[in-house]
Ligand binder design. Structure first.
Ligand code: PBG
Length: 323
């Protein structure tokens, strides 16, 4: 009765990885319970996610082929665009969030295009913006309700907003990865998305972990450029940042990304019998909400709904109301 924070299905976002092919459903080794799925299997998953009452899905794609500019990111028949069309049709109630970035699609694995000298870590910021904006437009035209730029290049929110407006796509929500740190906790994701940089690293554009105040400044830029919602990523090692952003912008919807490494740690400990998985996960996710996140992106979303609805018969209707 006196609990200050409650986990609720309405605040969950479920991330998925779509791959080319048919009937593909392969577990990602460092992320037990998370799969590479072809569109046909992903559509079934989307129906299940909707039936569990989870409001939103976040899509990542592994392209048929990678190239220097990441052209499948903006091709109208790119893997994520095809998946968006199929899911929109099969599960129209789901909010479809497209991760907007080039790193899954580029041969070099960077989130933008490296400059002509190929100097490690050097990204041609402004040239990359044009390609990122093009990807956002392709995603929205394919059915994305929300675009989530995760590249951390300067000025991308403004570039995306302008490109969408120019095509009359004025209802799209931009959820910016505003405070995204150059984190070791993305390790399993980079294996899953095959997106590790082939040279250099992401420290030229992602944030330095020791900096907290800078996160509030990054958020202020993205809001000024037209972001509707903002994100802090990763979540658990950055709860102070989540709290600082919520305190600075209490009225802005705030998401936190409980990333692949955070998931893998809990999975590994649970598999060894070292932690009670259910209790540890619910505690971790509750702490993210307590810090100030309105929404949490988590690979555990489906488990959480099942755990919460089995917790109490009385409350189960309020927790999840499958249609
Ligand atoms: C792409 C992107 C990354 C993640 C989400 N979008 C990886 C990265 O920046 O290297 C990580 C998600 C996770 O670890 O679960 N820019």
């Amino acid at each position: 009765m006196v609990r200050e924070t409650r986990l609720h299905v309405d605040g969950l976002i479920y991330p998925v990885f779509v791959v080319p092919g048919a009937d593909v459903h392969e577990e990602i080794p460092s992320m037990p319970g998370v799969f590479h799925q072809s569109i046909d299997r992903l559509v079934e998953d989307a129906r299940e996610v909707a039936d569990l009452g989870i409001p939103a899905m976040l899509l990542f794609g592994l392209p048929h082929a990678k190239d220097w500019e990441g052209s499948e990111a903006w091709a109208s028949d790119g893997i994520v665009q095809e998946a968006l069309r199929a899911i929109k049709h099969a599960a129209p109630s789901l909010v479809l969030i497209a991760d907007t970035c080039l790193c899954e699609y580029t041969s070099h694995g960077h989130c933008g295009i490296p400059g002509p000298d190929g100097q490690p870590g050097f990204i041609d910021n402004d040239r990359s913006l044009e390609l990122i904006a093009r990807a956002a437009v392709a995603q929205v035209e394919a059915g994305a309700d929300v675009v989530a730029p995760s590249d951390m290049l300067d000025g991308r929110v403004r570039a995306i907003r302008a490109a969408l407006d120019a095509r009359g796509l004025v209802d799209t929500v931009i959820l910016s990865y505003a405070a995204k740190y150059a984190s070791a906790f993305y390790g399993p994701f980079r294996e899953a998305a095959d997106s590790a940089p082939q040279f250099g690293d992401r420290r030229g554009y992602q944030m330095d972990p020791p900096n907290g105040r800078e996160a509030v400044r990054e958020v202020s830029y993205d809001l000024a450029e037209g972001a509707d919602m903002v994100m802090v990523k990763p979540a658990l090692p950055y709860l102070d940042v989540v709290h600082a952003v919520k305190t600075a912008y209490p009225d802005v919807p705030l998401a936190a990304y409980n990333v692949s490494g955070e998931y893998a740690m809990l999975k590994a400990a649970a598999a060894n019998g070292w932690l009670d998985e259910r209790r540890a996960v619910l505690e971790a996710l509750t702490s993210i909400a307590r810090a100030g996140a309105d929404m949490t992106i988590t690979y555990y979303a489906k488990d959480v709904v099942r755990w919460l609805s089995s917790e109490s018969h009385v409350a189960s209707d309020a927790v999840a109301s499958p249609r």
